[in-house]
Structures are given as C-alpha cells and as structure tokens.
Design a protein around this ligand. Structure first.
Ligand code: AMP
Length: 288
C-alpha cells in the first residue's frame, strides 16, 4: 500500500488514469481516527474496485478538513491517529492512503471553489441548521478531492445521512461521472453507532449514548410519524440527552412528511442529533 502525502505523490500514483476513462480509483473519504465503521467502508471500496475492474484499486483519503468545522474547539480536539489509520487501510486491502497537509489542499493565495449548495443542504433544518456552514465546507473539500483524485466511485456512510444526500445532489447537479455509493452504519454490540467522537464519552455518558439507537428502534415500532417522533423524544429525555432533532423525514429531500403518515411505505428516514455530556452524536435508520 502507498502513502501519498502531497499532490505530486498523488499525481505520480494516478499516473494518468483519469475519471474520464472511467478508470479512476474508488475512494473512501474520511477524516481519519478510523474505526471498524470506516474499515467496512474500505472493504466495500476494495470489493467495488475489483467488481468494476478499476486499475488503481481503492484509495482512502484521510484529511481533517478545517472548513467544515463550525466549532473551533471541535477541530482542535479532533483525534489524529495517522499511523493506526494506515495500518487499518493496509489490513483491509486499500491500494493507497492520501493524507495531505492543509497547505496541499488549500494552498495559500489560491481560492478553492465552494459548489452551489443543493436544497437538501439548506432547507431541512437538521445538520444545516445546527452546524451552519458545515455543508459548504463538506462540499468544498469533496469537490476538491474529486478534482485531485479523479475517482470513478466514492463510498459514503449512511451514518451521515444528510451528508450522503448532499454529496449525491451535488454530484448530480454538477454532472460528475462519480458513482456515490452508500454503506450501512456499523454499531457497537449495544447499538451505539461507531464514531471517532465516542472516545470522548465519559462512562455515564457512554451508557446514555445508547439512547439514540434505542430511540430509533422504538420509532420503528410506532405506526405514525407523530407517535414515532414522540417515542424518540421520550427515550432521549429519559437518558438526559439534549435533543437537537428527533424526526421522521422524506429520505431524499429530508423535508417533513405528514404527522399522520403511517409506517409501511418506503422512502422515510428517522434521524436524531443529540448532545450527551459534552459530545454531539447523530444517528438514523430507515422508518418503514
Ligand atoms: P468521518 O467519521 O467523518 O471521518 O466519516 C468518514 C466516513 O465514514 C463517512 O462517510 C461516514 O458516514 C462514515 N462513517 C462514520 N461512522 C460510521 C459507522 N459507524 N459506520 C459506517 N460508516 C461510518
């Protein structure tokens, strides 16, 4: 496996294999601090590269993107574990890790374009409302890396459901020839969705953190949107989680559906964001 630290390293590695020929690598975008959830994305990327006969295989990008953090303290304390990240990618069969410094991605004096925000990045009132500016940063870095890495496909986790929708909408709006491939959320044995931020949960908060997945499970036992949203709120409040949102939405536009709508139809998603102790957590599942 190759470690690529600069754009020149990357160019040398790509060696003229471009997305226009459909031969670009399958990429897995991450901010590092990799866990088993990321590991499953890498495995999916490696398998996909084989299926598609992609010459360069699967490349993982590891980059803590400063422009998508709306909270400076969160950026400062974001875990950085490059050595173990490299070992994880190698063990899962990745062909390369691209881990550039900030100056490689955003060279001083160079304006890096921010793609136009699609509606799903602005209107739902979910991550867009609670993390202002976040999706502009996400789309800026995704578009930048797509330009640099020229992928034929990119794997994104369903864990960040709105991000997946936003990236899909951007790729479609810009007519990019990159398949956006979703991968399911990997969980701890007690249901907590794996996250690089889970390490900051103190023992009591760690127990309370399971309220997100429990709330989603309860929602899936209710028959109307109103009852599902009520059940989620109850479960989160019982655990003293501070709710940002706990809602059932259309799974593509992420806009509200009727409170009286009943379960059984596809195309709906239950989504939660809550603070547990000092940590902000998100989770979601299909509501059907
Ligand atoms: P990040 O944790 O922000 O570096 O996320 C990098 C990618 O990993 C994103 O596409 C996430 O949706 C995905 N991801 C994060 N946590 C999980 C998880 N528990 N299971 C599956 N994918 C995940």
């Amino acid at each position: 496996m190759r470690l690529l630290s600069t754009r020149a390293d990357l160019e040398g590695w790509l060696d003229g294999v471009g997305w226009r020929q459909g031969g670009g690598p399958v990429i897995v975008p991450t901010m590092g601090a990799l866990h088993e959830g990321h590991g499953s994305l890498v495995e999916r990327g490696v398998a996909l590269a084989k299926e598609r006969g992609v010459k360069r295989g699967c490349a993982v990008w590891v980059f803590v993107n400063p422009t998508q953090f709306n909270d400076h303290a969160d950026l400062e304390r974001y875990p950085r574990t490059l050595e173990s990240d490299i070992a994880m990618c190698d063990s899962r069969g990745a062909a390369a890790v691209f881990a550039p410094g900030v100056g490689e991605v955003y060279p001083a004096g160079e304006q890096i374009a921010v793609p136009e925000l699609p509606r799903v990045a602005m209107n739902p009132g979910l991550e867009d409302a609670f993390r202002p500016g976040h999706f502009a940063g996400v789309l800026q870095v995704v578009r930048r890396f797509f330009g640099l890495m020229r992928p034929s496909a990119a794997v994104f986790g369903e864990k960040d459901w709105q991000q997946l929708c936003v990236v899909r909408a951007m790729a479609e709006a810009e007519g990019l020839d990159v398949a956006i491939v979703p991968a399911p959320t990997v969980r701890e044995a007690d249901g907590l969705a794996m996250s690089s931020r889970n390490r900051f949960l103190a023992p009591t908060a760690r127990r309370a953190a399971t309220s997100l997945s429990r709330a989603l499970c309860r929602a899936c036992g209710e028959t109307t949107v109103a009852a599902a949203e009520r059940a989620m709120r109850e479960t989160l409040l019982e655990a003293n989680a501070e709710i940002e949102y706990a809602v059932v939405r259309d799974d593509t536009s992420l806009m509200p559906v009727a409170q009286s709508a009943s379960r059984g139809e596809s195309g709906r998603r239950a989504l939660i964001a809550a603070r547990v102790g000092t940590v902000r957590l998100i989770d979601n599942c299909a509501w059907q």
